[in-house]
Design a protein around this ligand. Structure first.
Ligand SMILES: NC(=O)c1ccc[n+]([C@@H]2O[C@H](COP(=O)([O-])OP(=O)(O)OC[C@H]3O[C@@H](n4cnc5c(N)ncnc54)[C@H](OP(=O)(O)O)[C@@H]3O)[C@@H](O)[C@H]2O)c1
Length: 188
């Protein structure tokens, strides 16, 4: 029997240059936009679980209550997180995604992928059913890009298109800062 997989949705806010964090890997003040935070947390409330790299959990009062796949190269096989009964530690070099998902013990629903760079990149290949890209006007010229390769010779939309995603919808998220929310999805 084929292993089940969830619906997979990605969530990121980027600077005008496509950065999710500054050079010191901190989350830039300029990207802390209340309307985006509200959209993000409400979206995570729809999720059955979250996937994030070791430095990218979403924060907020509900973080500890969410089921979670934490990506790390520090483990050689899928194991329960000794520090969090709701999380598994997954090294994608040693086990396929479906196994990590199965280990979480969630039957179906949506997995919210919340970064950072390599995690957003990895799930481009696993396949997003939707990617929500909030675009802020603020400039963060250097740092951690939303996907590997962004900022050198590619924009976020170049990378999304290269992976078969198309722009489905754009709407204003916050008029004061001119932040737009783009929803990308698979072709067809
Ligand atoms: N603007 C946004 O939407 C947004 C979204 C997410 C994060 N951020 C910000 O971005 C910064 C962190 O970004 P980041 O890219 O450095 O963080 P990250 O992906 O959360 O953390 C990197 C760590 O995750 C693990 N990891 C990532 N990819 C992996 C893979 N393919 N296989 C195995 N392990 C993997 C590794 O952990 P080990 O070291 O344990 O091996 C790696 O050191 C923070 O400031 C965060 O606030 C912003």
């Amino acid at each position: 029997m084929a292993m089940k997989r969830p619906r997979i949705e990605g969530f990121a806010i980027v600077s005008r240059e496509g950065m999710i964090a500054g050079s010191d890997s901190s989350f830039p003040e300029a990207l802390k936009i209340p309307a985006d935070q509200a959209f993000y947390q409400a979206s995570l409330d729809r999720a059955s679980a979250v996937a994030n790299g070791r430095h990218s959990a979403e924060g907020g009062p509900k973080e500890a209550a969410r089921r979670r796949i934490i990506l790390t190269r520090r483990v050689q096989r899928l194991i329960p997180d000794p520090n969090n009964p709701l999380a598994v530690l997954w090294n994608p070099a040693t086990a396929p995604f479906e196994e990590a998902w199965q280990r979480l013990g969630v039957d179906d629903g949506m997995l919210a992928v919340v970064g950072g760079t390599d995690v957003f990149g990895l799930f481009l290949n696993i396949g997003y059913d939707a990617f929500f890209l909030s675009r802020a006007e603020a400039s963060v010229p250097r740092g951690r890009p939303v996907f590997p390769g962004v900022g050198r010779d590619k924009t976020p939309e170049d990378v999304l298109k290269m992976h078969g995603l198309v722009l489905r919808n754009t709407r204003p998220l916050d008029a004061a800062t001119n932040t737009m929310l783009e929803e990308w999805g698979p072709k067809g």
